[in-house]
Design a protein around this ligand. Sequence first.
Ligand code: ADP
Ligand code: MG
Length: 383
Amino acid sequence: MADVLLSKVRKNYNPAILKDTLRNINLDIKDGDFIVFVGPSGCGKSTLLRMIAGLEDITDGDLMIDGKRVNDVPPSERNIGMVFQSYALYPHMTVFENMAFGLKLKHMDKKEIIRRVVQAADVLGLEAFLERKPKALSGGQRQRVAIGRCIVQNPSVFLFDEPLSNLDAALRVKMRLEIAKLHKELNATIIYVTHDQVEAMTLADKICVLSPLKANAESNLEQFGSPLDLYNHPVNLFVAGFIGSPKMNFLKGEIQSIEEGKCVVKLITGERITAAVDASRAEVGAKVILGVRPEHLVSATSELADGGKVQGKVEVTENLGAEFFLYMNSGASEVGSDFTVKSDSELDVGPGDDFVVGIPSTACHLFDADGKAFPRTAVYKRS
Ligand code: ADP
Ligand code: MG
């Protein structure tokens, strides 16, 4: 097992156009950590994973595995196992042969091969399928064989690139739990790419949020932290909007007054909201964006609504049984009618109705004109 350290890593696929895909990526991954890379399609998640595996050159910077610089070490000598979205098993080989194939290529002792394959099959619940061909397996079982092929190599680091995205919803949940179990059993360092929020939040010890690199940006690593750290303390608008589902609501306004540990924001609709944030670095009158998560809104008459109220017109409601969503146009939203309220119980409103929602001051996030977050002075907890 191993530590993985990335220092000032840059990737440029085509120096002729000077356009970097990744820039200034610094990650300190500890032995046994489960790290998840998230970010919109095309931001460079697979590229970063492939650079760690050695399948892609590193343009600049250092990649260290267990204290050794491995930029120029070929993939086969990095002791890394990789599982992709398409698992590409050999169709003419049995499960056993598929799992044993890589070890045979290394001319490993036959007894040792059997020992490793049987052990991996045991961990993955594949004992009963060792003599089957891939076509006689379900999607989830095939994906487990692909993981098994990786486990038998005894790698120091496992890399997974969206391994579950070809599976149907129910199977994804099952495999997600199995991967969590696998991590505990193997105690392995795992780096895992997904665009699934729930996978990221539940599997990760730490999440690395990447964004598509903007021309003059210093880096496209937006934040690297624990799931709850990203949820409670996103450092900027990008992370705030990316982590959490449904997405955080953003309201435009300006700072009206700054006090110790809190700040009053006047929204462009005129409504005043008190936010529990430290805005001491800003000036009164500065343009800001107030953020509040749909699940943290409360009834306008609740005593929890100490931050203020937001009014809007209801556009759509959705009743999912266990939860209720209301989409309204508040007039202060970043984009159109994009203001979402999530409630545990059904609300007695419909399209076209006026609706007022309450905001706890401790549920507020605040961002300056550059999208950088002000520190929160309290964190709202749902009762
Ligand atoms: P993600 O996995 O986050 O969706 P990728 O790492 O696949 O993103 O791609 C990041 C960017 O790099 C994309 O703009 C993609 O077009 C580009 N890219 C990926 N592979 C290559 C390649 N072999 N040559 C040139 N550009 C590439
Ligand atoms: Mg990808």
